[in-house]
Structure formats: structure tokens, C-alpha cells
Design a protein around this ligand. Structure first.
Ligand code: GAL
Length: 414
């Protein structure tokens, strides 16, 4: 196995052999305008190297549908060359022996020196590389329409209470304050930020990384649910089921003031030809400045037949190149997963994102998103989505009950 991989790596470096399939088959959920534009950067890079692209798109933000489709393909013994994947989903496939080994390329290119150690937990298994990080997204951002902000005389909210006051101002001015996509993964993604803002990042870690029961049951967690309920009052009545990019479009058009969303939202602004500081503003979710709650898109490299390995290595190599990590992430809204990519090509939000990742990583404030499968395995994250969404939609009626349900659900899922 190891020698076959080495042979492929050499084959790739020196030009693939005639028997190799010159096609990359990739499963992903990048179907919005901004996401598709970012993916095009990769398709074009690979086309330049002579690889055709076999697209396997599975629509649905957050990737739940994509993960179901992937599971079926892997179970049928027909995995894609690579799949977009988040956090513990990759760990599960690696532990089940479903991923390949691209360590020879990783060593040759020195990835271990440039990718944050926290991420290498997900891109390697027992020291072997089996996935590549495409980007670093983070969930604790808010995106505002600048003209709407000026109209209401708003200023950057620094605390959760400031944020509520700002939303109030928008409401009084007849602007929809909060553009929300009412889908479980989106509400859970919002709650990640609310918890970090309400309790601080150490509390977030205790609750979601350590699953510390006293933190999960605490008054701070109750207050987090109270704060989430406060935000509900600022959505429009049609939020239930709305896709995340349609919520972004409400902010782009100026129908709504703000969306709380990971920085893939910026990809939609960019795709609509809007500019940071001129048309839209980005701030960290109030009360979370200095912390980065990350979710990194990775490409998991599946065990593929021998004649597809050269294409897989070409994909990995292209993804990890410095120029690609810059070009792709400028369009996607995320920041590079390599720490040695210059920020020159990025707008002010991207520059802040890059600086934030470095600072948070150095300060122990670079933490995985619970909603996005970077704090806990999928079953636990799914249980979290469930409780948050039931609370948000009123099925769980109080913060007290929500905390009880959360502890129960997480314990059952562990
Ligand atoms: C996230 C993913 C992002 C973006 C978003 C919405 O899970 O990490 O890249 O695609 O979903 O689809």
C-alpha cells in the first residue's frame, strides 16, 4: 500500500501514467452562487493539469444531505475521489478504514509545518494524512448592510446587549432586523455564537468540547437559551425553512439589516459584486472578538482504485498550493488553512479573518464549532441541532426545559 502510494506520488510529480483515469470525482454541497464560484477556481486549476471534473453536488447548506449521499456511495463500495467533509465525519471514515493515504505528498510539501495543529487532528489518522483542509471558516461573524446601518445610525455592537439594541433600532425603522434561515443547522450555528458570547470562550469549551455536565446544566447555559429567544423576536415571520443564502440575499438587498452566519456568507456578497466596508460590514459576533469558532472544509481522500490515485494526489496538491489557498478563499469568504499564505489579495474582512485565526490559535481561543461537527462526533452534534431547533421553534418551551433536554440528548448520543 505504502509503496503503491509512493509510486503514484512519483507518477504525479513526473506526469501521470497512461493508465491513470484523468478525472476527479468530487462530492460537495457547494451549490449557492458564491460557493459555486469558489469551486470553479479548483475546477479550472485541475483543468489546467488535464483533469476533468466529475461533479457530485448534493444541495443543502451545512452538508447533512451530502453526508447521507456520501454514506450510501461508500457503503456501495463506490466512494468519490474526494468529498467535502467536516470534522468528526472525517474521523469516523478514517477509523472505519475508508480513507486513503497521501502522507508521501504531505511530507514532501511540508504541510505539517503550515497547517494549524488543531486541524491536523482531523486531516491525519495515526500520523498519516488522509484529508486536506481547503479553508478555515468560522461561525462567529455578523454581516450587515452598510446603507441600512447608516440609515438607522447604528454602530458596531460590542456586547450581546448592544446587539439587541441595534436590532431594536432596525425594527423601529421598519427594516427586518435579523435575516434568519430557520433550518436546524443554521439555528445551531447561531447558538454556537450566542453561547460563546454569553459565557465566554472558556465556558463554550467546557460545555461543548469537554461536555462538562455542570457547564451544560448551568445558569449560563440557561441564559444562553434566553439570549437565543431574544433574537427570535427580530426575525421576519417567514424565516422557517429558509436557505442560508436566501437570508444573505435579504441583507445584500437591504431588506434586512444583519445575518449571523459563518463567513461563507461573504462569498454571496462577493458574488453579488458587493464590497466590504462599502456595501457590507463584517464584525465578530458581539462578545466573541478574539475567539474563532472554526469549521474547516476538508476534502477527505477515499480509498480509490489504483488508476484513480494520481488524480487524487493532483487534487490534494492543487488544493494545498499557496496560490490556490489564496484565490479560492478570496471567493469563498473563508481564510486559508495554511498559515503562510499572504493576506494581500483579501478584503478587510478576509484580512481580519486571517489575523483572528493566528491570534486565536496562539491564545487558545481557536475552537471547533459544535454545530458544524468540529466539537463532537456527528451523533452528538445532531442531538444538539435537535434541541436548539425545538427550542427555537417553541416545541421546548423554556430555557430550563431546554437545558434539561440538552443534557439528556447529548448523554444519549455520546
Ligand atoms: C458549511 C460549510 C461551508 C458552506 C456552508 C453552507 O458547513 O463549511 O463551506 O458551504 O456549510 O453551505
Amino acid at each position: 500500500m505504502a509503496s503503491a502510494m509512493a509510486a503514484s506520488a512519483i507518477g504525479f510529480a513526473g506526469g501521470a501514467s497512461a493508465a491513470d483515469v484523468k478525472e476527479v470525482q468530487m462530492l460537495h454541497w457547494w451549490t449557492s452562487g458564491g460557493e459555486a464560484a469558489a469551486l470553479n477556481v479548483l475546477k479550472q486549476d485541475l483543468a489546467k493539469e488535464g483533469y476533468t471534473w466529475k461533479d457530485v453536488p448534493v444541495a443543502g447548506g451545512g452538508g447533512e444531505g451530502a453526508m447521507t449521499a456520501l454514506k450510501a456511495m461508500v457503503a456501495a463500495g463506490n466512494p468519490p475521489t474526494a468529498s467535502q467533509i467536516l470534522g468528526y465525519y472525517a474521523v469516523d471514515y478514517a477509523e472505519a478504514g475508508k480513507l486513503g493515504d497521501i502522507t508521501s505528498l504531505a511530507d514532501k510539501e511540508g504541510w505539517a509545518k503550515v497547517v494549524p495543529t488543531a486541524l491536523q487532528k482531523f486531516t491525519t489518522t495515526n500520523g498519516k494524512w488522509d484529508a486536506v483542509p481547503v479553508n478555515i471558516h468560522s461561525v462567529n461573524w455578523i454581516w450587515l448592510n452598510k446603507a441600512a446601518m447608516e440609515k438607522i445610525g447604528g454602530t458596531q455592537p460590542k456586547t450581546f446587549d448592544d446587539f439587541v439594541a441595534l436590532l431594536d433600532k432596525a425594527k423601529k425603522a421598519g427594516i427586518i432586523p435579523l435575516a434568519l434561515g430557520g433550518q436546524p443547522w443554521q439555528e445551531a450555528t447561531l447558538f454556537d455564537s450566542v453561547v460563546a458570547s454569553t459565557g465566554g470562550i472558556d465556558f463554550y469549551k467546557k460545555a461543548f468540547i469537554d461536555l462538562d455536565e455542570s457547564a451544560l446544566k448551568s445558569d449560563t447555559m440557561k441564559k444562553s437559551f434566553d439570549n437565543l429567544a431574544k433574537l427570535r423576536a427580530y426575525t421576519d415571520p417567514n424565516y422557517a425553512g429558509r436557505d442560508w443564502n436566501l437570508a444573505t440575499a435579504m441583507v445584500i438587498k437591504g431588506d434586512a439589516l444583519v445575518q449571523v452566519m459563518g463567513d461563507w456568507a461573504k462569498g454571496e456578497f462577493v458574488n453579488a459584486h458587493q464590497q466590504a466596508d462599502k456595501d457590507f460590514l463584517c464584525y465578530r459576533f458581539p462578545g466573541t472578538d478574539g475567539s474563532v469558532i472554526y469549521n474547516t472544509d476538508m476534502f477527505a481522500m477515499f480509498n480509490v482504485p489504483e488508476d484513480r490515485k494520481a488524480a487524487q494526489l493532483a487534487l490534494a496538491d492543487a488544493t494545498m498550493s499557496i496560490s490556490f489557498q489564496s484565490a479560492f478563499n478570496v471567493v469563498k469568504g473563508s481564510v486559508p488553512a495554511r498559515m503562510d499564505v499572504p493576506d494581500t489579495a483579501f478584503d478587510s474582512c478576509g484580512k481580519k479573518g486571517i489575523a483572528d485565526v493566528k491570534a486565536a490559535n496562539a491564545d487558545g481561543k481557536f475552537v471547533g464549532s459544535m454545530a458544524q461537527n468540529y466539537a463532537q462526533p456527528p451523533a452528538v452534534a445532531g442531538a444538539y441541532h435537535d434541541v436548539v431547533t425545538k427550542f427555537f421553534h417553541g416545541e421546548i418551551k423554556s430555557s430550563d426545559a431546554a437545558v434539561t433536554e440538552l443534557v439528556k440528548a447529548l448523554n444519549n448520543a455520546k
